[in-house]
Design a binder for this molecule. Structure first.
Ligand code: PRF
Ligand code: ZN
Length: 372
């Protein structure tokens, strides 16, 4: 028995999108879903109650960061990640595969695993399929991720092929090392760079291992949007209908809608929280740089169509002032709004799937947001 169950509720008649629900040991979440990122066992600036008030159904955290600080043993002693951070809804932890490649300055990739330098104190660290799973077993998230190599863009065919084959060998080692398959679902990660043939090879190899869910990694790494969509179009149709599909590290509004249209069920990204902290907000009319002098005397809310705490209670003028004065409340309000904006976008996407009008929704949303 797997720790999770995916219920396919309905397919959109206009697109390849799916309305679904994923049941986990900590309750269910509706899909397509956006997962706010809580790298350090906290979604920066938001309390668990606040996250619930904006209807976050599942959050993501990181093996790499929690291993370095405070260490998985401290979290296990606290009763696991849910208890440690007081979040009782589903959690997914990423394996560290990606963070090691994007954060570690010095790194050496070998068959056994990856050696890298801690971004905190520069000390030498090592992660392997076995240790990444062992750490995730101690953290206790509902969904855990295989240890993979996220290939940089661009990359040579020959290198990508070797890397894909190693990621499959690592995936097998992850399954073998996993101690709690009944309470934690281990997802495989399809890689393959920007080569359709290698994406298919990676998918076929991982399908044989029968994971309870599949992620698509190595995308949104600097390639043009069209290339990402092509990779999705050649990979998603190979994945099982009765399991969730997760597009890793993708969360701009256009990618969320286009991903859902192509059959993706789960997404995560630091975008809403990160841009919020530097004073950029997402609105139904596009991105807005709230720091801009244009808003100094603007007495309207960030987004008149938004129902979030920031929009119901504060003006652009005030939030701009807080951000410029580097006040904590400023970044709390922009983060709050941006997360609510994306969670609400996903809710609208789910509504549109239910009513077979996701393509119409996409066209209307893109027109207002300023995409084409
Ligand atoms: N692998 C893992 N985590 C990830 C990625 C990946 O390829 C990406 C790529 N966009 C984001 N996060 N393990
Ligand atoms: Zn708002």
């Amino acid at each position: 028995m797997s720790a999770i169950r995916y219920e396919l509720i309905k397919k959109c008649k206009q697109t390849g999108a799916r309305l679904g629900r994923v049941y986990t040991p900590h309750g269910y979440f509706d899909t397509p879903a956006f997962m706010p990122v809580g790298t350090q066992a906290t979604v920066k600036g938001m309390s668990p109650d606040e996250l619930k008030s904006i209807e976050a159904g599942i959050i993501l955290s990181n093996t790499y960061h929690l291993h370095i600080r405070p260490g998985e043993d401290i979290i296990k002693e606290a009763g696991g990640l849910h208890k440690f951070m007081n979040w009782d809804r589903p959690i997914l932890t990423d394996s560290g595969g990606f963070q090691v490649f994007s954060l570690g300055d010095f790194r050496k990739i070998e068959e056994e695993g990856v050696t890298f330098k801690s971004h905190v104190d520069g000390s030498k660290k090592f992660l392997s399929p076995e240790s990444a799973i062992k750490i995730q077993n101690k953290l206790g998230a509902d969904i855990i991720m295989a240890f993979d190599e996220c290939i940089p863009y661009p990359a040579e065919f020959h290198y990508v092929k070797k890397s894909v084959e190693r990621t499959t060998r690592w995936a097998k080692r992850c399954i073998k090392a996993h101690e709690n398959p009944e309470t934690q679902a281990l997802f495989g990660i399809v890689q393959g760079g920007m080569y359709k043939e290698l994406r298919r090879q990676s998918a076929y190899e991982l399908l044989e291992l029968d994971f309870p869910g599949y992620a698509i990694g190595g995308l949104s790494v600097g390639e043009p949007a069209e290339e990402m969509y092509e990779m999705l179009e050649c990979t998603v149709p190979l994945l099982p209908e009765d399991k969730p599909r997760y597009l890793m590290g993708v969360g701009s509004p256009d990618y969320l809608v286009e991903g859902a249209i192509r059959g993706i069920d789960m997404f995560d990204c630091v975008l809403p929280t990160r841009i919020g902290r530097n004073g950029t907000v997402l609105t139904s009319r596009g991105r807005m740089i709230i720091r801009d002098a244009l808003y100094a005397r603007d007495q309207s809310p960030i987004d008149p169509d938004c129902d979030c705490y920031a929009c119901k209670n504060f003006t652009r003028s005030y939030i701009r002032h807080l951000i410029k004065a580097k006040e904590v409340l400023g970044i709390r309000l922009t983060t709050w709004h941006n997360l609510r904006f994306l969670l609400n976008l996903m809710k609208n996407v789910r509504e549109a799937i239910k009513e077979d009008r996701l393509l119409d929704f996409r066209n209307e949303f893109f027109k207002n947001f300023g995409y084409n």
